[in-house]
Design a protein. Structure first.
Length: 280
């Protein structure tokens, strides 16, 4: 089955390092795909004949994707998703390709689909045969990427509006500045962020228990904070279930308030966690 994508911005080709070369990939509707002509050419295979075979296969999906080619020109090129790519490789008879191309075809069949999935779903793929020099270069790229990310977060936090807690903004900026410098931020304990998620983890609750308690505890804490300080807690950003979400801003200075709310409403329901919380 072959389809054509609606008009949109040309996709950027991402070259995934593989063996002694690379595989050209793009994101199509948020899903990784392989630009098959240059990749098949590199394998010594006839791209036109392979495309014709794909169009006859019920399991195959080819998409004409607008990309920026090597010469800088915008072109439409055939791409396939990773499942189709895996099936395409599996259906190539290694005994019917040129002898010179046979080892490369076999390596692609064994390793490329796995490498592509690791690159797009886990952030990268490492060639088991990589040299020390290649690994050193990769480590340097990762370090540079980490620094750029940390400094980018500092700028993003600085741009947040006044509804975000300034103490939280300051502590996170210090944290990311230190991260960029490879250091540990020196943040006063009373300014360190305290999330409901963190508190429940400190109490020893399981993920399912935390999920069932989190919302009700959050509402009670917000009310307790307002009664204690005469204003509602400000907003901040925190990791909840592995995702960044808007949360209420508390610091370690508020932990006694957390403990008081916990003791009043939840201690009887989670006696084992009560002991864990005291130990922490």
């Amino acid at each position: 089955m072959s389809t054509k994508l609606p008009d949109r911005q040309p996709a950027e080709i991402v070259r995934v390092p593989f063996m002694d070369g690379h595989i050209e990939t793009v994101l199509v509707d948020g899903e990784p795909g392989v630009v098959i002509r240059p990749t098949l050419d590199a394998m010594g295979l006839d791209a036109d004949s392979q495309l014709k075979k794909l169009k006859r296969k019920s399991w195959a999906t080819t998409v004409m994707t607008t990309v920026v080619a090597d010469d800088g020109k915008v072109r439409e090129m055939a791409t396939v998703n990773l499942d189709t790519w895996s099936m395409l490789l599996a259906n190539i008879d290694e005994h019917r390709v040129a002898e010179a191309a046979r080892p490369l075809v076999i390596d692609y069949q064994k390793k490329s689909a796995q490498a592509l999935r690791q690159f797009w779903t886990q952030g990268g793929a490492i060639n088991p045969a990589a040299t020390d020099e290649q690994l050193d270069a990769l480590e340097q790229q990762i370090e540079e990427r980490r620094i750029r990310r940390a400094l980018g977060l500092v700028q993003l936090i600085a741009a947040m509006d006044e509804s975000v807690d300034p103490k939280w903004k300051r502590s996170r900026q210090l944290h990311h500045y230190a991260e960029a410098a490879g250091e540990i931020a020196e943040i006063p304990a009373e300014d360190r962020a305290l999330l409901v998620e963190t508190y429940l983890k400190d109490r020893g609750l399981s993920r399912a228990e935390s999920k069932s308690v989190r919302s009700s505890l959050g509402r009670k804490l917000a009310l307790a904070y307002e009664m204690q300080h005469g204003e509602k807690p400000k907003d901040s950003i925190g990791l909840v279930d592995g995702r960044e979400r808007s949360v209420k801003s508390y610091t370690e200075a508020d932990r006694p308030m957390f403990d008081k709310v916990w003791d009043e409403f939840y201690a009887d329901r989670y006696p084992a966690q009560q002991r864990l919380g005291e130990a922490s």
